[in-house]
Design a protein. Sequence first.
Length: 136
Amino acid sequence: MIQRAHPTATRAPIRVVVIDDDEFEREFLVDLLQTAGFNVSSLPSVFGVTNHLVQEHVQVVVLDVMMPTIRGDKLAALLRKSAALPNLRVVLVSSMSEAEVAPLMALAGVEAFVAKANVRADLAMVIDNLVGGARR
């Protein structure tokens, strides 16, 4: 009998950073993603985000759309322009509807959106799909 190794068994966990100004939401998302097997860090604001992403070799950013200093879609657009982050994937999270977020995603070059009401069921799968199922 030929037995194939699990394709993700030898890969390192996907590195994710959660950026949300709401401490409760941020901690909830971090716990959710760590439980799902991701290597997760978090930031309460956008200050120092580029340095953090580069130093931690982050592959996916989970961004709240509505933050006080800059909207998540605007930050995503800025990150897209950084030569230091050519392979970064972005997931917007919001209580806004998909119809409201779709134009923001298109302008910012964002790959995915998950409604806050669906993060428990969908966020880990969306991240896995963005990075090609390379988790764990």
